[in-house]
Design a protein around this ligand. Structure first.
Ligand SMILES: [Zn+2]
Length: 89
C-alpha cells in the first residue's frame, strides 16, 4: 500500500490587498475584497505586478507563486524588492 503524504505547509502568505495572512489566498479570498480591488486570482496577479513593477510575464506571476506560501518561501530571497509577507509556522 502506498502512503500519500500531503504537501507540508511552511506557513501563511500575505494578501497585499488587505494585509492579512492566509494559507492560500486564491479567488475565494479575493472575492471578499471591496469592489474596485482584485476579485479573483488573475486580477490579484495584475495588482501584484503593478505594486512591485513586475512585467506581466515575470516568473513570479506565471503560476501561483504569489499566493502559495511554500513556493514563495523557496524564491522570496531572490526578490527582496517584492515585499510579500510570510508567517512561518
Ligand atoms: Zn485580501
Amino acid at each position: 500500500m502506498v502512503e500519500t503524504v500531503g504537501e507540508s505547509k511552511v506557513g501563511q502568505i500575505e494578501c497585499i490587498v488587505c494585509g492579512e495572512f492566509y494559507w492560500y489566498p486564491g479567488t475565494p479570498h479575493h472575492e471578499t475584497h471591496s469592489v474596485g480591488l482584485p476579485q479573483d486570482y488573475y486580477q490579484y496577479k495584475e495588482y501584484v505586478g503593478e505594486q512591485f513593477g513586475l512585467s506581466e510575464n515575470h516568473e513570479l506571476l506565471t503560476d501561483d507563486t504569489v499566493i502559495n506560501p511554500n513556493k514563495w518561501f523557496d524564491v522570496r530571497d531572490d526578490y527582496p524588492e517584492v515585499e510579500i509577507g510570510l508567517k512561518i509556522r
